[in-house]
Design a protein. Structure first.
Length: 80
């Protein structure tokens, strides 16, 4: 069963954050986003705007296409 796009986006963002060795709090501060809002994005509870998705991608130093590629290539059985 395919997961909700918000959940997949959140899992991909969490993976990028962890690879960068940052806590939710430090990353949210870096990109100027409230930590509780950011945490709800990672948990797949937010229908995040493209503006905030761009802030997140910029915070990781990646393009939107890199982030969306990670979502497109997400494999539930490998990452859950």
């Amino acid at each position: 069963m395919k997961s909700d796009i918000k959940i997949i986006l959140g899992k991909c963002i969490k993976t990028f954050r962890q690879k960068n060795g940052l806590s939710q709090e430090k990353f949210a501060l870096k990109i100027g986003m409230d930590r509780t809002y950011y945490a709800s994005v990672e948990s797949g509870k937010r229908n995040i705007s493209i503006i905030n998705i761009k802030k997140i991608a910029d915070g990781f130093g990646i393009s939107l296409s890199d982030l969306f590629s990670a979502i497109d290539n997400y494999k539930e059985d490998e990452n859950d």
